[in-house]
Write a protein that binds this ligand. Sequence first.
Ligand SMILES: NC(=O)NCCC(=O)O
Ligand SMILES: [Zn+2]
Ligand SMILES: [Zn+2]
Length: 483
Amino acid sequence: MSTVIKGGTVVTADLSYAADVLIEGGRIAAIGPDLSGDTVLDAVGCFIMPGGIDPHTHLEMPFMGTYSADDFESGTRAALAGGTTMVVDFALPSPGQGLLDALKMWDNKVARAHCDFSYHMAVTWWGEQVFDEMEQIVRRGITSFKHFMAYKGALMVNDDELFSSFRRVGDLGGIALVHAENGDVVAELSARLLAEGNTGPEGHAYSRPPQVEGEATNRAIMIADMAGVPLYVVHTSCEDSHEAIRRARQQGKRVWGEPLIQHLTLDESEYFNADWDHAARRVMSPPFRNKLHQDSLWAGLQSGSLSCVATDHCAFTTDQKRTGLGDFTKIPNGTGGLEDRMPMLWTHGVNTGRLTPNEFVAVTSTNIAKILNMYPKKGAVLVGADADLVVWDPEAEKVISAKGQQSAIDYNVFEGQKVKGLPRFTLSRGVLSWNDGTIESREGQGEFVAREPRPAVNRALSAWKELTAPRPVERSGIPVSGV
Ligand SMILES: NC(=O)NCCC(=O)O
Ligand SMILES: [Zn+2]
Ligand SMILES: [Zn+2]
């Protein structure tokens, strides 16, 4: 059985051209004019693009005394409804737990996934067992390791642990990820704010000013440079952090930054809403920022100093958020966005002229496929690539609402936003999964995507590190003491 997508314009990270796309056996079999197949999908007036890849999700994540409400079933269904065909989630060992043990737990969660997925492995503590197991994790096709510089007393690692882990990741040909916020300062500020009576959700934003992110980003960049590892900074939310990334990239360091769709389109005024639930539902780390920081993030996407747009989808219900009534530090941190990332980015990016359609493809799919070494299997419209495709209708409109959304939670942080530009069809390895407003995927359709270590950038970095490594000076005629 073959499928042909007919009459559209193929849009990739670097080209736009009219062509049909033929799919056979889950892969792209041909691209060109006048193709035919058993099933025909009408793409007239539409763009045929690589399906979105969301590099940052937390599905069914144990966190702050509860579990995030979207699991791999509802979360990946939401992804497909929004034009995303792959998610990269985080396997998260609790401190003291082995990496392989944590991986087993995540392997048990994914059986019902509707779209393809991969994992980053979190390093939440340091020791011989973690050092040893990292190699086996890489052999399993997981080559990216996440480090939390925040969440003191829970997930946070200190600088010595960061440096040891970064070195190990570099030696294994992987990439280091950081949640960059100074956890010590956040803990101090939180305690002081609570003592002063700042107990509401706005206290969360006060406790995490841009400086805590800028400082930690800069520190992570310097430690990564000394360790010789490429670094990916997740949820870059402000100019202070972006500036550090931009400077590092100008210096030739292998560093990437990832803004979230929430930080690009929602601002800190959400926390000053008189409705406690409204504000608490938007509590996430880092918090939403002011318009100047948003402008900085958009400029980063335009200029290339920021590389990928993610969601950090970590959705909690209103009831779960209410755990933090009277103490903002107990509000589970996280927001949703999987279903809305692509339409929101198209609406606020492409429709406003901030991004070209090709740049949209780069930041929603192709860049991360390259960074995580899965291009062109993913993130491409090329013969032989997985047929993870979205047929995008730039004229289709809707108003975002929790009513009818795929996500399991009872609200949507983008509620009431009018978007223009929606997926008409989403195909996951050739299977029609979102058909003009209806989910047609089935549970268990998603597959794990293994990734190879040592992509070109790691080889380049280690060649340079080897060339510039400290060496003893060869000396002749060493003076003999006492002569
Ligand atoms: N971002 C957030 O608030 N929750 C998810 C966990 C994390 O990425 O820090
Ligand atoms: Zn984080
Ligand atoms: Zn996250």
